[in-house]
Design a protein around this ligand. Structure first.
Ligand SMILES: [Fe+2]
Length: 261
């Protein structure tokens, strides 16, 4: 090990992330909640991270044709570290690309923009949904009905390198879609615990459905009379889908300071 008295910022992030999330490793062993003081300290450190701290150089912000070149992954990932407690890496989005709507079952997460700008739309699945989904256009195939989820759109926000992190928990803002805005973008991503299909934490993709009658016309009048129109507008349906064909994630080397946990 080289002698270096100065601990890198990303090493401090990793140490704090481990301390923050070490007691909520498994969604099945608790509610996934974290100690607020520790989380606040992690947010504070993560907020100060910039691309240069990870030796990442933002690409030239040339005008986009709206899509990445064929065969070139629209999104790439730099792996920084992974333990049983958390994973950390950097997602790099080319101009005009998106990470489609997906979930993080039983997981906490933190997304901090390093360069560029992203728009993040956050959803949650609702437990107490209406018993029967409304009619959709086009109609759902019978098998698809079982993979339709009542949902709520929690938030839509833009983040830049000067923004604090976007947070998600097992129960709040757990599903999100991330769009690069006005050029390429990159963000530091911390997930706790990491994805692990063997432990019930696989990544699923979703499509927002437009319903034809939502809710039934009579009920809609009642809802409006009760002044709940806003809530109706934010609620909807999500269809679980395979990974979209126009989205895949390549890998690239992480150029920043080594992180040891
Ligand atoms: Fe995500």
């Amino acid at each position: 090990m080289p002698r270096d008295n100065k601990t890198s910022l990303i090493q401090k992030v990793a140490k704090q992330a481990f301390s923050t999330f070490k007691d909520c490793r498994s969604a099945s062993s608790g509610d996934g909640s974290v100690v607020t003081d520790k989380l606040n300290q992690l947010v504070s450190i993560v907020t100060s991270v910039r691309a240069k701290d990870l030796k990442i150089i933002p690409p030239k912000n040339k005008p986009s044709s709206g899509a990445a070149a064929p065969q070139s992954p629209p999104v790439t990932y730099m792996h920084i570290c992974e333990t049983e407690v958390f994973s950390m890496g950097v997602f790099l989005l080319k101009a005009g690309t998106s990470i489609p709507l997906h979930d993080h079952p039983g997981m906490n997460g933190m997304l901090k923009v390093l360069y560029g700008k992203v728009n993040v739309r956050c959803f949650d699945k609702l437990e107490n949904s209406l018993p029967v989904p409304p009619h959709f256009d086009p109609p759902l195939a019978p098998l698809q009905v079982t993979t339709v989820w009542r949902s709520v759109l929690r938030s839509v926000a833009e983040y830049s390198e000067n923004s604090g992190p976007c947070l998600l928990t097992p129960v709040r803002d757990n599903l999100h879609q991330i769009d690069a805005v006005d050029g390429p973008a990159a963000f530091l991503d911390i997930l706790a615990p990491p994805y692990n299909p063997d432990d019930g934490r696989d990544c699923h993709y979703y499509k927002v459905l437009q319903s034809v009658t939502e809710p039934e016309s009579g009920a809609k009048v009642d809802q409006e009379q009760l002044g709940e129109k806003k809530e109706i507008k934010n609620e909807g349906w999500l269809l679980e889908i395979p990974q979209p064909e126009d989205f895949w994630c390549g890998g690239e080397p992480y150029p920043g300071p080594v992180v040891a946990i």
